[in-house]
Design a protein around this ligand. Structure first.
Ligand code: PMP
Length: 429
């Protein structure tokens, strides 16, 4: 009998392009049909056919404390009764801005938007307006949302959909986006020298999640900081994935390098549609209405999104044990999988930091986009499907990362490890 998920997918394809509202969800990179979810609680998601999964994506990051975290749920219910949106300032926005500026080292002022895409688009516009320069440097394989100027050698779904340069992005736009390989300071220096006084910003995921998990090499972030200081370039960390995850103050706190601007996303809404960009006051004061750079949003600072995010950030601030637990759980999962891979003699590379990891099916060290592409994506697809079959929900692409939550119990960790061992045995036959 055809599953409810498959029925829904068939129907969805009649009305929604590809049946999904965001490409990676279509499972194109791993094969098979997407699973339609119905509800989720703590570490588990339940699909429309009633099957239970241990969730290792957590809505692509924001469910750091697991699904339907009670205090968040409660607070949203409270504010819900006061109307969903005012289009006026509210006290929740002030609270939100205060906690972000308190916790994220680079942020002195912050502006709320509605998605990570909006955050990065606005940040680049502001960096351009502030410096009076047009060009910026991005790194191959980094994904910064679907703004035109970022869809050049972008990671995430843009890799797996085979459209690193999307039609619809004009040559005029593309020419101002300069590309460098991640972890390659020499390439950045060369670009900067060849475009003297023309580069407004360098933007990067300080730990990449969107070509799979790729860590910054020793000295890379510091090297970028130095170049930006010398050349008066705005350094932007896109912490949509890493913010409040790799540490309370994000990757910038974990690695001790402070950018000029930071972009944040989904996690500051605890799963509600939110984004934000912030940074040095001098730069942020270039934004309208006090500065000349225009940026706006009818639903920006939406009260429900603010209430959800604020409750979560307050919990993170008050509960340092969250981060210890995330490290511990992740270490157990990663080291368990590595032990199995070593015993089986399968070629692999495991990239791991904090509660993010990617298992690449390649023996090459994965340090940038080119080395990430040496992975065996077909084998990853098989591993993904074998895990899904056993009720473990991984990111449906090799070029994404796993996001661990605090909701995983010891029993869940053992279930994950057992399923992984069995899946690896199946796929290596
Ligand atoms: N930046 C990064 C680093 C991301 O990972 C993403 C999305 N995963 C975005 C920006 C875009 O965010 P959104 O999907 O909310 O537009």
């Amino acid at each position: 009998m055809i599953s409810k998920s498959s029925q829904l997918f068939n129907e969805a394809q009649k009305y929604i392009p590809g049946g999904v509202n965001s490409p990676v969800r279509a499972f194109k990179a791993v094969g098979g049909n997407p699973i339609f979810m119905e509800k989720a609680k703590g570490a588990y998601m339940y699909d429309v056919d009633g099957k239970k999964y241990i969730d290792l994506i957590n809505s692509w990051g924001p469910m750091l404390l697991g699904h339907a975290f009670k205090p968040v749920e409660k607070r949203v219910q409270e504010v819900l009764t006061n109307s969903f949106s005012f289009g006026t300032p509210t006290s929740l926005e002030v609270e939100m801005a205060k906690i972000i500026t308190e916790l994220v080292p680079s942020v002195e002022k912050v502006r709320m938007v509605n998605s990570g895409t909006e955050a990065t688009m606005s940040a680049i516009r502001l960096a351009r307006g502030y410096t009076g320069r047009d060009k910026f440097i991005k790194f191959e394989g980094c994904y910064h949302g679907h703004g035109d100027s970022f869809l050049i050698a972008a990671g995430s779904g843009a890799i797996t959909m085979g459209q690193p340069d999307s039609p619809g992005v004009t040559k005029g736009t593309a020419k101002d986006t300069l590309l460098a390989p991640f972890n390659n300071l020499e390439a950045v220096r060369t670009l900067v020298a060849a475009n003297k006084n023309e580069i407004a910003a360098i933007i990067l995921e300080p730990v990449v999640g969107n070509m799979g998990c790729v860590l910054p090499a020793e000295g890379f972030l510091e090297g970028l900081r130095k170049i930006c200081d010398e050349e008066k370039i705005v350094l932007i960390f896109d912490e949509v994935m890493t913010g409040f995850r790799l540490a309370l103050g994000g990757a910038q706190e974990r690695y001790g390098v402070t950018p000029d601007m930071t972009t944040l996303g989904k996690i500051i809404g605890a799963g509600m549609p939110v984004g934000a960009y912030g940074g040095k006051q001098e730069i942020m004061d270039y934004v309208s209405p006090i500065g000349p750079v225009y940026q706006a949003g009818t639903l920006s600072g939406n009260p429900m999104a603010m209430a959800a995010g604020l409750t979560m950030l307050q919990h993170l601030k008050d509960t340092p044990a969250v981060y210890e637990q995330l490290e511990e759980t992740s270490n157990l999962i990663v080291s368990g999988i590595q032990k199995d891979l070593n015993e089986m003699g399968l070629p692999y590379t495991m990239n791991h930091v904090g509660s993010m990891y990617s298992l690449f099916f390649t023996s090459e060290k994965v340090i940038d986009f080119d080395t990430a592409k040496t992975t065996n994506t077909e084998l990853f697809g098989k591993y993904f499907r074998a895990m899904l079959d056993k009720g473990i929900y991984l990111s449906p692409s090799q070029y994404e990362t796993v996001f661990i939550s605090t909701a995983l119990s010891t029993a869940d960790i053992n279930t994950i490890l057992k399923a992984s061992r069995k899946s690896l045995e199946e796929i290596s036959k």
